[in-house]
Design a protein around this ligand. Structure first.
Ligand SMILES: Cc1cc2nc3c(=O)[nH]c(=O)nc-3n(C[C@H](O)[C@H](O)[C@H](O)COP(=O)(O)OP(=O)(O)OC[C@H]3O[C@@H](n4cnc5c(N)ncnc54)[C@H](O)[C@@H]3O)c2cc1C
Length: 487
């Protein structure tokens, strides 16, 4: 019998777990016998995916849903046998608001598809002035920008849709996903589809209209999914299902194992061996190592091996945020409807968004409670995280009172801080990935994946984990180095 090949995955967030899952699938197809270990520094699995259950209340400290249009999340749930737990957002209250000059305005439904039919609600929402609206409508006539330059998200949106639409609607909707500053964000790295639509169709609106024609059949299927989906009892169930399956398949899952250093031990005749030195002083060797840690952690691990990769990874900045969950007696809160609201940067508020969680996902709190989740922090607004929990909660309460008239005391509060948690794909991000790729190509079997590179969303992490797994199998099977992508 051939000796199993050894792989260590560093980091047990969704990227690490999904990489392991995909690795087993691919190794089995390739007839490759594997011994796979996942090392996680923390005392629990899932990384940013953290679900808390407090009596009948279910809170999400990090992500609360994932995009259904990117198939990797749904596919993984299906493979794990938990697709029956998937839930749509509550379609009876399908609406969200945006704060505009201190006033809540309805966000026109389907806004991101920019189709003229859906521009109509703008007229009544009062979000944009007539001139702002007319300028937005002129997007179809704006010539495409240069295809070579890496344009900022802000520059692109202003150029195509006008300043007003950018500031009042598009900035909070799009930059908000990254808790980022649109002036610094790379359009191509964060919203590549917008870049492609402009280049291929000359206009985002025209491109969206074309895409809509072909997409309509998918949306009318029997298993129609809303744009965002979650799991009935929280996304933590995805982590539980994944770890269970991996254990059953013989993956060694080790918690409380922080990797402090990485070395190349030896390589002979194309066989590489990497040593991992752990914080507890122990060491582990493997022929392949997948780093799914945040870029700044991977930078420290790789610097002694390849200073170029270390230096490039250092240039991927991360921002800090916090989520604050609160419940209020439902009967004491009036006028709250829809999924919540977003707040443009120009409004200069402490809060960047809030979700009416128990309206969006009805079973997440008892019927007599309203579960709310507020978001603070992000690029340029991280100072607020210096406040202690009580002061942070008070800030969010003050915002909810001023903006939504919620003046009753919360019955439950929970603060979750996320330090250096959200990677920022700033201008030049894709060039940096290419440099990283070149630097890493000298080390077969050493692969980087995770939220820091090709998408922060859960489906992106799962998809990129599958690509990393493919690379590992190729490298272990003695695949050629040509066209190799390490990150
Ligand atoms: C507040 C918040 C809300 C979000 N909301 C959404 C959402 O609604 N939908 C969505 O799709 N995405 C959302 N995201 C983004 C998404 O959750 C993350 O991008 C994704 O979960 C990151 O997964 P990952 O495995 O790449 O990284 P992580 O989850 O950060 O996992 C990396 C793991 O590596 C471990 N580690 C670090 N250093 C070491 C070391 N030296 N040795 C061993 N282990 C180490 C860490 O402990 C961690 O568990 C949100 C993120 C945040 C912070």
């Amino acid at each position: 019998m051939t000796r199993p090949r050894t792989v260590v995955i560093v980091g047990g967030g969704i990227s690490g777990l999904a990489t392991a899952f995909s690795l087993l699938e691919r190794a089995s197809t390739a007839g490759l016998s594997l011994r796979c270990t996942i090392l996680e520094a923390d005392s629990s699995w899932g990384g940013k995916i953290v679900t808390h259950r407090i009596g009948d209340i279910v809170t999400e400290a990090g992500p609360d849903s994932f995009l259904s249009q990117k198939p990797a999340g749904l596919e993984l749930c299906t493979k794990l046998g938990i697709a029956d737990q998937l839930i749509n957002t509550n379609e009876t209250v399908k609406k969200a608001c945006v704060l505009s000059k201190g006033r809540m305005c309805d966000l026109p439904e389907g806004l991101l598809s920019f189709t003229p039919r859906q521009l109509k609600p703008f007229l009544s929402s009062g979000l944009l002035t007539w001139t702002g609206l007319a300028r937005m409508g002129l997007e179809i006539a704006v010539p495409p920008g240069p295809s070579r330059e890496d344009e900022s998200l802000a520059g692109f949106l202003r150029r195509r849709f006008g300043s007003q639409a950018y500031e009042r609607v598009l900035e909070p909707l799009m930059a908000g996903i990254y808790a980022g500053d649109a002036e610094q964000m790379s359009l191509r790295a964060t919203f590549p589809r917008f870049f492609e639509l402009e280049q291929q169709h000359g206009s985002v609106v025209r491109g969206m209209l074309e895409a809509k024609k072909t997409a309509s059949t998918v949306l009318s299927g029997p298993r129609r999914r809303t744009m965002f989906v979650s799991l009935k009892n929280g996304l933590g169930d995805l982590v539980t299902a994944l770890t269970q399956r991996l254990r059953e398949q013989g993956v060694e899952l080790q918690l409380g194992k922080r990797v402090d250093a990485l070395r190349v031990r030896s390589h002979e005749l194309g066989r590489w061996m990497y040593d991992l030195i752990l914080q507890d002083g122990s060491a582990l060797s493997a022929e392949s190592v997948v780093l799914t840690t945040p870029a700044y952690v991977s930078a420290d691990l790789l610097r002694p091996l390849t200073p170029i990769a270390g230096g490039v990874l250092d240039l991927i900045p991360y921002t800090s945020t916090a989520t604050i969950a609160m419940t209020f007696p439902r009967a004491m809160v009036r006028g709250v409807e829809g999924f919540g609201f977003i707040i443009p940067r120009v409004e200069q508020r402490d809060l960047i968004a809030a979700t009416w969680t128990s309206l969006k996902w009805p079973h997440r709190a008892p019927a007599d409670q309203l579960l709310v989740r507020g978001y603070v922090g992000g690029v340029g607004r991280e100072e607020i995280l210096q406040l202690d929990d009580a002061a942070l909660t008070a800030k969010v309460q003050t915002e909810l009172a001023a903006l939504c008239g919620i003046s009753v005391e919360p019955t439950y509060t929970e603060v979750n801080r996320w330090w250096k948690a959200m990677p920022q794909y700033t201008l030049g991000h894709l060039d940096r990935l290419a440099q990283l790729d070149a630097a890493m190509s000298r080390y077969p079997g050493l692969v980087l994946t995770g939220a820091g590179y090709r998408g922060v969303g859960i489906p992106d992490c799962i998809r990129d984990g599958a690509t990393a797994a493919e690379r590992v199998v190729q490298d272990l099977s003695g695949g050629t180095g040509s066209g190799r992508r390490s990150v």
